[in-house]
Write a protein that binds this ligand. Structure first.
Ligand SMILES: [Zn+2]
Length: 343
């Protein structure tokens, strides 16, 4: 479980790595995992701090497959690594998260992007041998260090995807309530509240553009969503209809988009389908210029209709409003048209 002691969010925290490791009494053999681009940008800042704490081994992640993460775990076990330090985007961090879980070693996560709530979740998304993504249960990072200035300089599109993933809690919570009221699933009150708080913190923020202060709010929201998943023991608090739709796009569309943008589109579409007020979500997305217009995301009418219909088959342990909706071609085509007008 992430606590105050192992969670450091703020400007300039990238210089506090050795401090965090020494507070956690971590020394010995450290495996620094990154990729060439991220290492080129920040490696010179990170390496001396790690060398202060222990003997550093290095690896650049070449692929985010289950096989690769397992082989990294094998290396950690076989060479008696004491701690994994992962720095990068979701691909690097998910490989590290899973390798740390398999090898049962501590993991310090240093995100350089903030495109989804995976930064503090107990789930790693890795590729199967056929190239399709698979969500694997694991553990939240042991330590997390997030530098808001560093994220501020990351591509804006990724930050916008992070906004989209948090906004999807809106639909996920409606779906969870429905599943509970129908007796299909249990509800965990605390996890529900955490997911709601994560959403509220973002929606009620005083900032109306992406600035370092807003990044801090978004970081806290994404981390709280991750903790909600950890507390509930599943992604349920932050994943409903809109995530099923996004999973269907990942499986069946020709060119999947960023997860956070897909789930934000799914949120608006699902709200339209069930006749709920979607304006607060649309207005918020527009305020931060999070563009989820399906045409601009490269999702044509046919793909939209078929992926909406396939959503209900993606996982059978999740009950949502989509399971109660009429999902005929005709109705979904109307929704698609409305999405083009509104987004
Ligand atoms: Zn998500």
């Amino acid at each position: 479980m992430l606590t105050n002691k192992v969670l450091n969010i703020g400007e300039g925290t990238i210089s506090q790595i050795s401090e965090m490791l020494s507070k956690q009494k971590i020394s010995g053999k450290l495996l620094y995992v990154s990729d060439p681009v991220v290492d080129g940008l920040f490696g010179a800042l990170v390496r001396p701090q790690l060398e202060k704490a222990g003997q550093v081994r290095e690896v650049f992640v070449t692929e985010n497959t289950i096989d690769y993460a397992m082989s990294l775990a094998e290396r950690v076990i076989a060479t008696d690594i004491d701690c994994i330090i992962g720095m990068g985007g979701g691909k690097v961090l998910d490989v590290c998260k899973y390798a740390a879980y398999i090898s049962k070693k501590p993991f310090l996560s240093i995100p350089t992007t903030m495109a989804n709530d995976g930064i503090a979740s107990p789930i790693a998304v890795l590729k199967r041998r056929d190239g399709k993504p698979k969500s694997l249960g694991c553990a939240v990072p042991t330590m997390l260090l997030l530098d808001t200035q560093l994220i501020m300089n990351s591509p804006k599109e990724l930050i916008k995807a992070g906004i989209g993933d948090t906004m999807s809690n809106y639909m996920a919570l409606l779906d969870w309530k429905l599943a509970y009221s129908c007796g299909k699933e249990d509800i965990n009150g605390y996890a529900y509240l955490m997911s709601q708080t994560s959403l509220d913190a973002l929606m009620k923020t005083q900032y109306d553009s992406i600035c370092p202060e807003f990044i801090e709010v978004l970081a806290n929201s994404l981390i709280l969503s991750g903790i909600a998943m950890d507390f509930a023991g599943s992604s349920r608090p932050v994943s409903g209809s809109e995530h099923l739709f996004s999973h269907a796009l990942d499986m069946y569309s020709e060119k999947p988009n960023l997860h956070g943008l897909q789930v934000a589109l799914g949120t608006v579409a699902a709200l339209m389908l069930i006749g709920e007020d979607y304006r607060p979500v649309v207005n918020y997305l527009k305020k931060f210029e999070v563009d989820v217009n399906p045409v601009r995301l490269g999702i044509d009418e046919k793909t939209f209709v078929s992926c909406m219909q396939k959503s209900v088959t993606v996982r059978n342990d999740r009950y949502t409003y989509l399971h109660e909706c009429e999902l005929s071609d005709e109705r979904l085509k109307t929704i698609y048209k409305r999405l083009l007008e509104e987004l």
